[in-house]
Design a protein. Structure first.
Length: 145
């Protein structure tokens, strides 16, 4: 189910209309690589630094870059959350980043569903958020007489 959703997101960003899952994913990747080549013929590559908050989204972003022939990297002593990519700015802003965000959102939804189910079944049935209140009451002011 998740893989199908991720492939559909990629197909959407590539502008493909083919329906077969694997074929659509392959065609989508090819279209995006062709788009990258076209943009590179008109625009210079630039380095953009991305900060990715967790290992799951970082792995997703790295895989997406590599799928399109980009080489993500970080400099010596940079945080693991930092990833740099050299590609045309237009491609990064209009294709790579929007597709990554859509895929990351779907992945986060999936992780949330799995986490809720596991916690509900193994720990406690109530997986709702904590109630909001004013917090602990402070000490009362001494009365003045």
């Amino acid at each position: 189910m998740l893989l199908e959703k991720l492939r559909k997101i990629e197909a959407l960003h590539a502008g493909t209309t083919s329906d077969g899952e694997r074929e659509a994913a392959r065609l989508a990747a090819e279209r995006i690589q062709a788009r990258l080549a076209d943009v590179r013929s008109r625009e210079p590559d630039i380095e953009i630094v991305y900060t990715l908050p967790d290992p799951w989204t970082r792995k997703l972003f790295l895989a997406l870059c590599r799928r399109y022939g980009l080489t993500p990297y970080r400099r010596y002593r940079q945080r693991y959350s930092t990833v740099q990519v050299v590609a045309p700015k237009t491609f990064q802003e209009q294709t790579l980043w929007p597709e990554y965000r859509a895929l990351a959102k779907e992945l986060a939804t999936h992780f949330d569903e799995i986490t809720s189910r596991v916690v509900r079944e193994a720990i406690h049935g109530d997986v709702s958020e904590a109630d909001e209140n004013d917090g602990p009451k402070g000490l009362l002011e001494p009365s003045r007489s």
